[in-house]
Write a new protein. Structure first.
Length: 274
């Protein structure tokens, strides 16, 4: 085939905020919030985006639809718009942001909470755009064999957060079920496996802690922050690797609410590790 063809392959890395309780981060972009929740009393919010890198970057801001599966993975729905989408009720500005290194910008988000009861959700995605020099330069084109096909791959880093609208519905409750220990091989670390079972019409969002002992001897063996269970699934499978010296101890699995400052326990259960 004659001529030169260049292609830009975008690899989209979506972060759902399993890290910092105050911010979402992917690549060199971070956000001030891990999620935005609107109800009858909350209609506006300000989200800050920060370019943590050493080069200027332009970002595109989009509302997208995503779906959670039973393992907790979040996948884009493409052009499909579910009945529970919040996109028709949310406005935001700006939609394109150019940031110098270490610079930040506010994104204003306004929601019109629908009259019909229930929970709606879409995701706000902030995606770094390719640099102007991401394609082939004239010099590079001149060096390419005219009969060859040339491809240059660039990575587009993106971070997204859920936008949740609640009308006449509270955050769901949760129970912990099917708790057991898994160890495929003797040399591997023990793993706790269990299901978070959602109860109610809304979503739930919290932190998992694996605790041994009590009082002054209380010890957090492991934790996972930012575990959500969305309304499209009834239960979410969770696996937590534990230290080797956990074997033979009695541990308590605690799921704490992250939707309030108190972080109260939503569910807890215990298991003696064999």
């Amino acid at each position: 085939m004659r001529g030169v063809r260049s292609a830009l392959a975008a690899m989209l890395c979506i972060a759902m905020l399993a890290g910092s309780p105050a911010a979402a981060q992917s690549g060199n972009v971070s956000l001030s919030h891990h999620r935005l929740v609107f109800d009858e009393g909350t209609r506006t919010a300000t989200l800050y985006i920060v370019n943590r890198g050493d080069t200027a970057v332009t970002y595109r801001v989009d509302m997208i639809e995503m779906e959670m599966n039973a393992d907790g993975a979040i996948t884009p729905l493409g052009d499909e718009v579910p009945d529970t989408s919040a996109s028709a009720f949310v406005d935001f500005t700006p939609r394109r942001i150019a940031l110098a290194p270490r610079q930040s910008q506010a994104i204003k988000v306004r929601a019109r909470v629908p009259a019909s009861p229930g929970e709606r959700r879409s995701h706000l995605a902030i995606t770094a755009q390719p640099a102007d020099d991401a394609g082939f330069s004239p010099e590079e084109i001149a060096r390419v064999n005219p009969s060859s096909i040339s491809v240059r791959v660039s990575s587009l880093f993106s971070v997204s957060i859920p936008i949740i609208l609640r009308t006449g519905v509270d955050a769901a409750g949760v129970t912990i079920e099917s708790l057991h220990m898994v160890r495929a091989r003797p040399q591997e670390r023990p793993v706790l496996a269990f299901d978070l079972v959602r109860q109610g019409d809304g979503s739930v969002y919290g932190d998992v802690e694996i605790v041994a002992g009590s009082g002054k001897n209380r010890e957090v063996l492991e934790s996972i922050r930012g575990i959500a269970v969305y309304p499209e699934i009834a239960r979410r499978a969770v696996r937590v690797s534990l230290p080797e010296d956990s074997v033979g101890r009695t541990v308590r699995v605690v799921y704490r609410n992250r939707e309030n400052v108190a972080g109260n326990e939503l569910a807890a259960t215990a298991l003696s590790l064999p």
